[in-house]
Write a protein of this length. Structure first.
Ligand code: ATP
Ligand code: MG
Length: 756
């Protein structure tokens, strides 16, 4: 299908059309939420293909999620036909996996390398901590991994950190005891070095490594870099505000921006010479992944970073009503050091924002659920047009309960993920160990699952023996009969395990063997399935179903993938994200969607509920004392508000359980930042404030909550009703008392004092 120009830009506004057609080496489409950035990016790809005459293989398009990639590919298919399927439209991580699968050998990554998920990485750090005598209560694996991740996102290598903090440490030193450790930086540097060392031995990478090792590959192997620079003539990145330093460097390397050649700016396009043409799309006000290393300066400095860069701003919003935009603009205006943006819509004022203050989180959920039902029954709103958003996953529980009680169907995005379930992870560990026997983490995981008499002692005997000889854990198992002091009670099951794994590997390697067949064989031979089937625990029945589900997933993968391989299947399971559970945009699932604000990025819904608008919930308690973190929370609020097309609800609870106890919650400062006239409060004051401003117990809302529910429990925390709340205790919250005690509790009465 060759599209006429009119079909690609006819329904766009002037700036959008300009951005689609722009000819030049570097373009930033910077614009506020809902202004059509993603739409323009998609059209631009179609334009480059049809008007610049590029081949699909010359285009690399990066999206923030797999889901967004699939959607973009789908749109492109309708615009330009099935060639779109052959194009690289993917996340940074999947693109890197592809590159590493092809050429990773060059930097020591053998084919079939394993991608460790967070749990695998934590296990690895725990192993190191044990060997090095590190107190994991004081230095949790999570905390250590966060630091390692920071290093990687900033492209700080092991050599650098060792030179700076632990010049005498050599990774792989057996029997190293860290007991004498001087400072925590030294500890981080040492664990980082050892962690990388063991990943390399296991032929494994973590998520961050996918980017870092690809950069390494491109930087150290000029011919590989050259290959991709010739290939990708157009690189386009959506959600650029959330790229980290490593990803920024990756884009530069792939494009060849630093190769010294001048970009071509001929009329044809990037053609075959000079660096690739780069288009990035983003909104610095929507940068919400600083905790994962996102570096907002990537987008802020774009014009300085890329020669001959141009910026096109989009100003018309096509998503929301003016009321919703006014609220979003007002909130984000409180962030300092940003470029003010104009954002307008032709959609008209629309309905006011609906506000609701509940006495407890349970009552907040109750109200939301019934309001959604009312919308559905009285206003004909489809359930799938409604999204309920929250700051933290933990908030979903009460919301779910509310929806269940009100019989409102919903789908929760996130939560316990399929691939993280124990039995699924066990089965996957078998598959990983088959593909990559060097992978000690997965091999250890399955050694005694199901139980076969190979406990911690057997594991440690093999480990010590193999380590001393510089062998992998698997090699230790294979040669178990040479390990001194091994009793036949241990040796026999070890031998059986080794024989079974070898047999499974042979089975998997046979010609034309499909991944789903290997899954079936593993489930049968390993005894995983049998153990669960024999069990009388009803939980184990659902585990059996999950395993059968895994087999179906593998079969589905085969159907959708021309060159299906076991390693390829494992890759898809490793790169799954929360957002992948989202239904397709057009689909009417008949269900309300529940998700965190982070997951909601890039999405839109006719009706949005922003819940838990309380100090300490949103903004998160961690962020309230720190200006830059508070700015990030505010950007998250901006993201949340701008997801709504027609109708926005903002709700809060006066009492919420935190750390197992009920805490009094103050209204979020973000509520204060929304102009009063935009909000129609169905119920404005709750909890203590309501008492203070003269609402007697039960005089109004009394009927909406019953005695003995969490509301009462919450109040007991504060000394009960009779105390008149003179000295409420704040349950360890981070805000000061002074801002609270006033009796005329208006939304403006605290705004200036402690947050200004
Ligand atoms: P975000 O910042 O949230 O990622 P965005 O800038 O990427 O938003 P899009 O998702 O591309 O915005 O567009 C927002 C909505 O506006 C979509 O429903 C899109 O189809 C619609 N839209 C964008 N441009 C136009 C246009 N010119 N005419 C009609 N609808 C448009
Ligand atoms: Mg977008």
């Amino acid at each position: 299908i060759v599209r006429s120009p009119q079909e690609l830009i006819g329904d766009l506004n002037e700036q959008q059309a300009q951005a689609v057609q722009f000819r030049g080496p570097a373009l930033l489409i910077g614009a506020g939420a809902g202004s059509g950035k993603t739409r323009v990016l998609t059209r631009r790809i179609a334009w480059i293909l049809t008007r610049f005459g590029a081949w699909p293989s010359q285009i690399l398009a990066i999206t923030f999620t797999n889901k967004a990639a699939a959607e973009m590919r789908e749109r492109l298919s309708t615009l330009i036909g099935p060639v779109a399927q052959r194009m690289w439209v993917s996340t940074f991580h999947s693109a890197c996996v592809r590159i590493l699968r092809r050429d990773g050998e060059r930097i020591g990554l053998k084919s079939g390398f394993t991608i460790y998920d967070t749990a695998d990485c934590e296990r690895l750090v725990k192993l190191i901590a044990t060997d090095f005598n590190i107190d994991v209560k004081r230095y949790t694996p999570r905390q250590i991994l966060a630091r390692i991740s920071d290093y990687k996102n900033g492209l700080t290598g092991v050599r650098e950190t060792l030179a700076q903090y632990a010049p005498d440490f050599r990774p792989g030193t057996r029997g190293f005891r860290i007991g004498h450790i001087g400072n925590v930086e030294e500890l981080y540097a040492i664990v980082y070095a050892e962690y990388q060392h063991r990943l390399a031995l296991a032929n494994a990478v973590d998520f961050d490594d996918l980017i870092v090792r690809t950069v390494e590959l491109l930087r150290t192997q000029p011919d590989v870099a050259e290959y991709y620079r010739r290939r990708f003539r157009y690189i386009l990145v959506d959600e650029y505000q959330d790229t980290n330093h490593a990803q920024y460097v990756l884009v530069r390397e792939l494009a060849g921006v630093d190769s010294g050649e001048r970009p071509s700016s001929d009329a044809v396009g990037a053609g075959r010479q000079g660096p690739a043409w780069i288009t990035v799309v983003g909104d610095s006000d929507q940068s919400i992944y600083a905790f994962r290393g996102a570096d907002i300066s990537n987008i802020q400095d774009f014009e300085q970073d890329f020669p001959d860069a141009r910026t096109i701003m989009l100003e018309q919003n096509y998503r929301s009503t003016q009321t919703i935009l006014d609220a979003a603009n007002a909130v984000i205006a409180h962030n300092e050091g940003r470029k003010p943006k104009k954002l307008w819509t032709a959609a008209g004022k629309g309905a006011p924002i609906t506000g609701y203050a509940a006495d407890t989180a349970q009552l907040e959920a109750h109200w939301i659920a019934h309001e959604i039902r009312r919308l559905h029954e009285e206003e004909g709103v489809r359930y799938s047009d409604v999204a309920v958003m929250y700051r933290a996953n933990a908030q979903s529980r009460s919301l779910e309960e509310g929806l269940i009680q009100a019989h409102v169907p919903y789908q929760l995005i996130g939560g316990t993920k399929f691939y993280e379930r124990r039995e699924v992870k066990d089965a996957l560990a078998y598959l990983q160990a088959i593909v990559n026997p060097a992978d000690g983490i997965n091999m250890r995981r399955i050694l005694n699952v199901p139980k076969r008499g190979l406990g911690a002692r057997a594991e440690s005997m093999v480990t010590v023996w193999a380590d001393e000889r510089g062998l992998t854990f698997w090699q230790g198992i294979e040669q178990a009969d040479r390990i001194e002091g091994m009793t036949t009670r241990t040796l026999n099951p070890l031998k059986r395990f080794a024989a079974m794994m070898t047999q499974l590997r042979t089975f998997a390697a046979e010609h034309d063997r499909q991944p789903s067949q290997v899954v079936a064989e593993v489930l049968a031979q390993s005894g995983l399935l049998e153990e669960l089937q024999k069990s009388t625990d009803p939980q184990d029945q659902s585990r059996v179903e999950n395993l059968s589900q895994l087999q179906s997933v593998a079969a589905e993968y085969e159907q959708n993938t021309p060159d299906a391989t076991l390693a390829g299947f494992l890759e898809t399971t490793a790169l799954v994200a929360d957002s992948d559970q989202l239904p397709d945009e057009a689909e009417d699932t008949g269900k309300v969607t529940l998700m965190t604000l982070h997951t909601a990025k890039g999405l839109e819904y006719p009706v949005v509920f922003l819940t838990g608008m309380e100090q300490g919930t949103f903004p998160h308690s961690r962020a309230m004392e720190d200006t830059s973190e508070l700015s990030e929370e505010r950007r998250l609020a901006y993201v949340g508000i701008t997801r709504a097309k027609r109708h926005l609800y903002i709700t809060r609870a006066a009492v919420r359980a935190q750390w197992g106890r009920a805490s009094e919650m103050m209204p979020s400062q973000f509520l204060d930042e929304i102009p009063d006239e935009l909000i129609d409060w169905k119920r404005r004051e709750a909890g203590v404030e309501r008492m203070r401003s003269g609402w007697g117990r039960g005089s109004d809302g009394g009927s909406s909550y019953g005695r003995g529910d969490d509301w009462d429990a919450g109040l007991d925390e504060f000394g009960g009703w009779d105390d008149g709340f003179a000295e409420p205790s704040y349950g360890g919250s981070a805000y000061g008392r002074s801002s609270y005690g006033s009796s005329s509790y208006g939304s403006s009465s605290y705004g200036g004092s402690s947050y200004g």
